[in-house]
Every structure is written in structure tokens, then in C-alpha cells.
Design a protein. Structure first.
Lengths: 653, 141, 177
């Protein structure tokens, strides 16, 4: 009965979302106050029933109801409680339900926040969000129903994919989806603005906090995925340029560009059509990622079980959604007007340059990811585009961007002066060069590119810090800085940490694959690593061989690691659980490979300097985003700059 | 039930492999070997380089690379040995040929395109009068 | 005006490509060996370990080369079809047993029936690399001159046999007096 109720709740959610979008869009068009009044309650109802539907599926997992096919495929009685809940979003159907719930939550937020937003405009945004959610609910009901019964019921479930039985992977999808789906808000704002035919400073001010929040979620989500890949896939790599990773990274780049472009649109009323286009593209790339991962058109480490019918559905939905938005864009955006001027050396120019580089970076990833598909579709054979390509081309736009960021942060709106910039930047510059030299020589002989990478990281951090000092000099204390500025600086410091970590880890990591017997000692980067013994152990749903590995430095004990090779009982797939000694300056990473016979085992031992800075940097960035978003000025009511297009009788736009 | 089996077959089965072969004596050979096995894509576990895959084919191909290195083959000979048998699909770094020129020139093309638009915008904007009062003073930086 | 229309045109192009891509399997890698001479090799036979067979000895006939192993589930799936093809007696089928335990392989043929004129043994997988094999079962069609005409990377079945292999074989036989 529970799963049927779950499906019923989903159908109700669909109806409410449909009423919401119809009442919102049609009510705004024909100016019907009684329709417009329906929109908010519908948004609330939509969230309640989406949560109910999701909760009922979760319930089926908790009680191990293997008469539900989706539960039987993704859970097991031996599966720990925590993972049984995570299993809800472990595969295609449930993760879509999570997507729907997340979109409902964002819709609820937009419906009840932004008190000074005109009713008509809010109705339009909610109308668009409702339509998007309707599309996804149709998709679930038509092709991916998680509530389908299995007759006869399975006695035991097939268990959760062992790769996903991990704490980081439990929270990774909800956070990532919060970001992915959050970009729908920006999309809806863009479509709303296109329908009304105008972009105002207020529009940007309403949208900025939403975009920052979605961006922060996306940042954490992508970082979590990377962290998980680092310790769980067992290779010690943290980014593989796999299509599934690229699918999450492209929207992130777009959202980053959007945040910066929105700043200009709000402050100066410039780049209106560009900002709207970015807002459309961000969510479009989310949809595209969904299509790529769920349709099977590309080979990926974690493609969902693919099905051409599903692929076709998403493709049509994607085409309609983005097509309508871009159609409106082609029709309405030319009338947005272009605003005032600025000098070549100005904050506006730097932000424009930032946008260009981010969009080029996203474009290159898109081209690289899709190129094999293009070639195949043109019957020109099969090719692969892998890390060697991406690592190379990604640097082309991003490295100059990071170097220029240090300058851009300090330039003023409309016009800046070189002398002024030099005055502010000479101190950070003169510190950054020796510090970067010190860091790049700490682990060996760096190449020029390595030095430039390290310098870029240090430079951005110091430049951001000097901005704080400048403001202090002007008599404002650190805490009196507006939160939006503090957030911006924090996020840039996070970026600097990230760049530093990335450069040092990729250049100075040491990796050794060895065959060891109990008692053998190897030397790695000044550490003595000894395989003490191997023993059998077991977990709730797996058996494992565990290595006991001691690490000493100059004879002094540093730590003991317990890398495991697990075999999960139900899916009988081997999994590597690495042993990691984490530290601020370096990680030591030990993974157990295969039994080579006669007592020797293969091990992969790695020394990874500054690898933590990669995820630390991402977290600091996300924190900066949240800090900026929390600026109280975003919530302060302002006078509308023009008579609000309220329900007064008048011409429809 | 049939659908269920299909789903199970498509489950990602990933685990990494440790290259258990002895490191080569010559560090230069070892370095070349490590680059080569990272740039060749495994055809069985299609999203791993042969360095990380524990598929039997990956193991055989690692052996092949090692033997060819030791017998004096150049890197390009080793790559063409692989592409002769498996096609360009095995190369994670696609070669610059007729069908990939767009891929390799993409950074240049995009930057050129973007740069032109940027230059034009900057020129137009710089020519516009700057009104010092048009700023939205209440705006959040 | 272009800059306002460009996005939707890009989208249309992308959607077009995706639509075509939906109907293709990205994981199947076509062999560059089609239209090229079969690699030169010589391998011992499974059932008569003292004898060998290879490209040169197989010249002058149209034949199928089927790669199999007892560890390969798809090989069990296609075995019935191979027996059926053998019964039709149109072309000889040679087997290449890949990285297998010879005892298990012999047992397999004894239990399931032997569709092969002869099965060669590639224990180390070296010849298989020359053939560009990456996933058993695979089936090659080789012509009189030892040229590789066609390759199937999947279990063979009667439908594939009739639609893909037979027309090619008839062409080859017609060309050769």
C-alpha cells in the first residue's frame, strides 16, 4: 500500500505543479488576481507532496520492502540503516525523485522569500519552475517509476552498489542536486525577464543570493565527488575528466560566470542580455549533464543504467525547455538596451574578461566531452578524448584568468588607474614571488609552468588579503566590511588554495606500485613504510583482507594504516578501501591491490603533497559564497526603481 | 526479470589495479612506461587507462608496452602498434588529424572569437560617455 | 543580431547530434583491421597440441575465426548459433581459444559440441592483441586472400548471421570462380 501511496503523492505533486505553472503564467498574462493568488499555495502543496512521495519511497527502503523492484535492486537486509536511506537516491529512478523534491524545495524558497518582488513577476518565475518540475515528474511516471512492484516479491535485495556504500557518497548526490537544480531558479528568472522584456537592477539583486546558494552547493557537491573518487576508487587521483564529472563541472563554470556577471548587471545595469544568457546556459548545462549521464550516449564510469526511451524523453524535454528559453532570448533580448560606458581599465572589463575565460573553459570541456559523439554521429569512427587533452586545454583560459584576478579584485568601477593598482599590488606581488619560489622548490625542481601555477595561487590569496588591509586603512575594521565583500574575498582565497593544491599535487606526487610481503619496508619521500602483516576481517555486509601498514619517519612512528580489499557478499565485487594518513602538507596513501601468491601482495603507495588544499579550497570558496549570500542588504526592502508592474490595469508587456 | 539482469550488467564495476610488474632498472624507461600506460585507454574497462585497469587485456597491453620499450621501440612506434590494432580509440590524447583538427584548434578558435567580441565591446564602451551618477548606489558589490 | 540567434542555432545542432548519438553504442570500437590482411601467426591446436595452424595455412578459403574462452559468458550464449552455422556447411569456422585452461576448453567442446574445424590456443594473448581483440566473443570473416572482411564484437546469432555475414560470404564466393 505504501508504494502506491507514494505514486499517488507524486501524481498529486504533478497536478499541483501544473496548476501552479498555469495559474502563474496565464494569470500573469491575463492579469487575473484570483489565479495569481493560487500560485504560492500550490508551491507549498507541491513541496509537501513531493516530500511525502520521497518519504514513502524511503520508508520502503527502511522496512526492506523487496516487493518494490527498485528497493530489491538497490538494497539488502544486511545493508546498514544509514546506507538504506542513501540507497533511495543510488540509482536512476530514486535520484530523479530526489531531483523533483529538490526542485520543489527551491520553488518553495522562491515563493516565500523576496517579499518586495512584484506578484506578477514572481508568478511568472514560479510558473516556469512548475513547468520544469512537471517535465521531470512526467519523465518519472512515464519511464522511471521507482514504485513499481515486483511480483512475486524478491526474498532478498541485490544490495547497494558497493562503490556507493560510503559516507561521502551518501551526502554527495543531495548536495550536488541542490546545486544543479538550484540553477533552475536562475533559468526561471531569465525566462521571466524575457517574458517581461526587461532586466532591472532589482532583478539582479533578487537573483544573486539564489545563484550564490546554488553555486555554493554545486561547489561542495563537485568537491565531494572528487574527494570520494580520491579515496574510494582507489587510484589516488582526484579528477579524471570523466563525462559524469564534466557534466557537473560545466554548470559550475557557468554559474561562476553568472555570479560575476550579475554583479555588473546589478551595479551598473550593464551586460543585461549576456547575464540572461548565462542564466539560461547554467541550467541548460545541468539538463545536458542529466541527458549525458542517463541516456548512454557517452561512456562513463558512472552512467546510470541506460535506456534509449529515457534518453529520448530527456532529449525532447531538454530541447523544448532550452529551445523555448533561447527562442525568447532571440526575440526579446535585443530590446534590453546596453547601458553606460566604462574604460578599458576598469572593474567591468576585468569581470567581462573573467566571464569570457570561464565560458571558453566550459566550452572547451563541452567540445572535448562531446567530440567522440560528434565523430561517431558523422560516421567518422571512434576516438577518445581524455585527461591529456583536458589537462592541457583547460589551462589555456584559466591560468591567465587566475593571474588577472589578482589585479581585477582591486580595480574600481568605470575607470581604474594603473598607478593606483600598482600602489596597492606591489606589496602582495613582492611577497608572492619569494613565497611561490619557496613553495615550488620545497618538493623538488619545478618547471616554469609549475612556478607559474604556484605563483598564481599565492598571488590570488595575497591579493585578496591585501584588499582587506586596504579597507582597514580606509578606517573600516575587518568586521565592518560588508559581508558580500568578505564573501568575495573568502571565495577568492579558496580559489587560490585550490590552485596551489592542484599544482603541487599534480607535479610533485610520488606513486609507487610494489609487490610486498609481510615485513617488507619501502622508502618513500623520507617515510619508511612497512607492511607489518595481513589479516582477514569482516564488516556488516562484506569480507575483507586488511593490511597493517606502519609509517615511520626517521625511525619515529607516524601512524598505522589499515588499507582493505573488500568483497561485498551480495554483489561479490572487489572494492579497494585505501588507508590514508591525511595532513595539511601531504597525504600518504596506501591501497591494497591483489594477492600475487606466495605471501606477496601488490600495493600502491603514494605521497601527495598539498592534496588537501584542493578540497579545502573548494570548501572555502563555498563558504565565501554563503557569506556573500548572507549579506543583509539582499533582504532589505528597497523602493522599486519604477512603478511596480502590479496588478494595475495596463497593457500586457 | 530480463530488465533486472540488464540493469545489473550495466552496473559500473570499477576497481583499480596495481601494476605489479617490477620497475624497470633505467629510470628513464620507467618514466616513459608510466606515461605510455596512462595515455592508452583500456578497451575493456573503457574509462580507465591501461595503467589502472585490472582487465586481463590491460595486463597484456602493459606487458606489450614494456617489452617494446625494452626492445628499443620509440614512443610513437608503440602508439602506432596500438592504433594499428585497436584504432585511435585507444589514444586518450587524440592525434592531430583531419577529423580532430576542430578539437585541437578549439582553444584558439574560442579565444579568438571571444577576444574579438571582447575587444569590440571594450572599444564601444570606452567610447561611451561615463555618467558618474548612473551607478546603483545601493547595489551590493 | 547574430549574437542573439547563435545560441538557439547551437542548441539545434547539438540536439541533432544527440538524436543521432542515441541510436549508437559508444562502447563498440570498430576494428581498423577491416580490409587489411589478417595478422601473421602460428598457434598450436587445442585438440592436437603437436600440430599448429596459422594465417598462411588458412589461405585460399573463406572462413570465420571465432574468439572464445570458457570464462566468457557471451561465448556460451552464442555456442548454439555456431553449431547451427556449422551444420549449414557454408564456411568453415576456426576457433581461437583465448587465455583459457586447455582442459576446461576441451571439456567445453566435449559437452556443448564442437563447431570448429580446428581450435587454436592463444594462452598468452599475444596473437589476440595482433587481431585487436578486446572482448570475447568476437567473430572475424576472412576471405580467400587472407583479408579481414568483417568483424562482429558480440555473441553471434542467426539473425546477425543471415543479415550481416551471409550476404558478404555470397559476394566473396561469387567473386571467386
Amino acid at each position: 500500500m505504501i508504494p502506491e501511496l507514494g505514486l499517488f503523492a507524486l501524481v498529486l505533486t504533478f497536478c499541483l505543479a501544473f496548476i501552479q505553472s498555469f495559474a502563474g503564467l496565464a494569470g500573469a498574462y491575463w492579469r487575473k488576481p484570483e489565479w495569481l493568488a493560487l500560485v504560492r499555495p500550490m508551491a507549498s502543496g507541491q513541496f509537501v507532496f513531493a516530500a511525502l512521495s520521497f518519504g514513502l519511497l524511503t520508508w520502503s527502503f527502511i522496512v526492506n520492502d523487496f516487493s518494490v523492484e527498485y528497493v530489491a535492486l538497490n538494497s539488502n537486509t544486511e545493508l546498514p540503516f544509514f546506507y538504506r536511506i542513501a540507497a533511495v537516491w543510488a540509482a536512476h529512478e530514486g535520484s530523479l525523485l530526489l531531483w523533483i523534491l529538490t526542485l520543489s524545495a527551491w520553488t518553495l524558497g522562491v515563493a516565500w522569500a523576496n517579499k518586495d518582488m512584484p506578484i506578477v513577476f514572481r508568478a511568472r518565475i514560479l510558473g516556469v519552475l512548475g513547468l520544469i518540475n512537471c517535465g521531470f515528474m512526467l519523465f518519472v511516471m512515464a519511464t522511471s517509476n521507482p514504485f513499481i512492484r515486483l511480483l512475486p516479491a524478491a526474498l532478498e535485495g541485490r544490495d547497494l552498489n558497493p562503490l556507493l556504500q560510503d559516507p561521502a557518497l551518501v551526502i554527495h548526490p543531495p548536495i550536488l542536486y541542490a546545486g544543479y537544480v538550484g540553477l533552475a531558479v536562475a533559468f526561471a528568472f531569465a525566462v521571466g525577464a524575457l517574458i517581461e522584456g526587461k532586466v532591472t537592477s532589482n532583478w539582479a539583486r533578487w537573483l544573486r543570493p539564489w545563484t550564490l546558494l546554488a553555486w555554493a552547493f554545486l561547489t561542495v557537491g563537485v568537491a565531494l565527488g572528487s574527494w570520494w573518487a580520491y579515496y574510494e576508487l582507489g587510484w589516488g587521483g582526484w579528477w579524471f575528466w570523466d563525462p559524469v564529472e564534466n557534466a557537473s563541472f560545466m554548470p559550475w563554470l557557468m554559474a561562476t560566470a553568472l555570479i560575476h556577471s550579475l554583479a555588473v548587471t546589478e551595479k551598473r545595469g550593464l551586460f543585461k542580455s549576456w547575464t540572461v544568457l548565462l542564466a539560461i546556459c547554467g541550467f541548460s548545462l545541468s539538463l545536458l549533464g542529466t541527458f549525458l549521464v542517463r541516456s548512454g550516449v557517452l561512456i562513463s564510469v558512472h552512467a546510470f543504467a541506460s535506456d534509449p526511451a529515457r534518453g529520448l524523453f530527456i532529449l525532447i524535454f531538454l530541447g523544448l525547455c532550452i529551445g523555448i528559453a533561447l527562442g525568447l532570448y532571440a526575440w526579446r533580448a535585443p530590446a534590453f538596451g546596453s547601458g553606460g560606458g566604462f574604460k578599458v581599465l576598469s572593474r567591468e572589463s576585468f569581470l567581462l574578461l573573467n566571464n569570457l575565460m570561464l565560458v571558453v573553459a566550459a566550452g572547451l570541456i563541452l567540445i572535448g566531452t562531446l567530440y567522440p559523439l560528434f565523430i561517431d554521429a558523422l560516421e567518422m569512427g571512434k576516438i577518445s578524448v581524455g585527461p591529456p587533452y583536458f589537462n592541457l586545454v583547460f589551462l589555456i583560459p584559466t591560468l591567465p584568468m587566475v593571474l588577472l584576478l589578482g589585479v581585477g579584485m582591486h580595480s574600481t568601477w568605470k575607470r581604474a588607474r594603473w598607478e593606483m593598482l600598482w600602489l596597492r599590488l606591489r606589496t602582495p606581488l613582492s611577497i608572492a614571488v619569494p613565497v611561490a619560489l619557496g613553495i615550488s622548490f620545497a618538493w623538488g625542481r619545478p618547471s616554469v609552468l609549475t612556478f607559474v601555477g604556484v605563483f598564481a595561487g599565492v598571488w590570488v590569496i595575497l591579493s585578496a588579503l591585501s584588499e582587506v588591509r586596504q579597507r582597514q586603512k580606509m578606517g573600516r575594521s575587518f568586521f565592518a566590511l560588508p559581508r558580500s565583500v568578505l564573501g568575495m574575498l573568502t571565495a577568492h582565497i579558496g580559489l587560490g588554495l585550490f590552485v596551489l593544491g592542484t599544482t603541487v599535487t599534480s607535479v610533485f606526487s610520488i606513486e609507487k606500485d610494489l609487490a610486498l610481503r609481510a615485513g617488507d619496508v619501502v622508502e618513500l619521500a623520507g617515510y619508511q613504510i612497512k607492511l607489518e602483516t595481513l589479516r582477514n576481517t569482516e564488516g556488516p555486509n562484506f569480507d575483507a583482507v586488511e593490511g597493517v601498514v606502519t609509517i615511520r619517519r626517521d625511525g619515529e612512528m607516524v601512524t598505522t594504516l589499515y588499507p582493505q580489499k573488500r568483497v561485498y557478499r551480495v554483489q561479490t565485487s572487489p572494492m579497494t578501501e585505501a588507508g590514508i594518513e591525511a595532513g595539511w602538507t601531504r597525504d600518504l596513501f596506501v591501497a591494497l591491490g591483489d594477492d600475487l601468491g606466495n605471501g606477496s601482495w601488490s600495493l600502491r603507495i603514494q605521497f601527495k603533497p598539498l592534496v588537501r588544499f584542493i578540497w579545502l579550497g573548494a570548501l572555502v570558496m563555498a563558504f565565501g559564497g554563503l557569506l556573500s549570500m548572507s549579506d543583509p542588504r539582499y533582504r532589505k526592502k528597497r523602493q522599486a526603481e519604477a512603478p511596480a508592474p502590479e496588478l494595475a490595469e495596463g497593457t500586457a508587456p | 526479470m530480463k530488465k533486472m539482469i540488464a540493469v545489473l550488467l550495466l552496473m559500473p564495476l570499477l576497481s583499480f589495479a596495481v601494476d605489479d610488474s617490477e620497475p624497470m632498472e633505467d629510470p628513464e624507461f620507467q618514466a616513459r612506461y608510466e606515461t605510455l600506460v596512462r595515455e592508452l585507454r583500456c578497451l575493456v574497462c573503457q574509462n580507465q587507462p591501461i595503467a589502472d585497469s585490472n582487465a586481463p587485456l590491460a595486463k597484456d597491453l602493459r606487458r606489450q608496452v614494456r617489452e617494446m620499450l625494452l626492445s628499443g621501440s620509440s614512443d610513437s612506434e608503440i602508439y602506432s602498434f596500438m592504433t594499428d590494432r585497436y584504432g585511435d580509440f585507444v589514444l586518450y590524447r587524440p592525434p592531430f588529424v583531419q577529423r580532430t583538427w576542430l578539437l585541437w584548434l578549439a582553444p584558439g578558435i574560442l579565444l579568438l572569437l571571444g577576444g574579438t567580441v571582447l575587444a569590440r565591446t571594450l572599444r564601444q564602451r570606452a567610447a561611451m560617455p561615463i555618467d558618474d551618477d548612473d551607478e546603483d548606489e545601493g547595489a551590493i558589490e | 543580431m547574430t549574437r542573439f540567434i547563435a545560441p538557439i542555432i547551437t542548441l539545434a545542432i547539438l540536439v541533432g547530434f544527440f538524436f543521432v548519438g542515441l541510436h549508437k553504442d559508444p562502447s563498440i570500437v570498430p576494428s581498423p583491421l577491416i580490409g587489411k590482411p589478417a595478422p601473421v601467426y602460428e598457434l598450436p591446436l587445442l585438440l592436437k597440441p603437436d600440430e599448429t595452424l596459422g594465417t598462411e595455412k588458412l589461405l585460399g578459403q573463406v572462413y570465420l575465426l571465432n574468439i572464445w574462452g570458457t570464462w566468457c559468458p557471451g561465448c556460451r550464449v552464442e555456442h548454439g548459433a555456431l553449431l547451427e552455422i556449422e551444420r549449414q556447411n557454408i564456411v568453415p569456422i576456426y576457433g581461437l581459444n583465448l587465455k583459457d585452461d586447455p582442459r576446461l576448453a576441451r571439456q567445453w567442446l566435449a559437452e556443448l559440441g564442437d563447431p570448429y574445424v580446428a581450435t587454436m590456443v592463444d594462452t598468452e594473448g599475444r596473437v589476440s592483441i595482433d587481431w585487436g581483440i578486446y572482448g570475447a566473443p568476437e567473430t572475424f570473416l576472412v576471405d580467400h586472400d587472407g583479408m579481414i572482411v568483417h568483424k562482429l564484437i558480440a555473441p553471434i546469432n542467426m539473425q546477425i548471421w543471415h543479415e550481416d555475414f551471409l550476404p558478404l560470404i555470397q559476394q566473396l564466393k561469387a567473386a571467386q570462380p
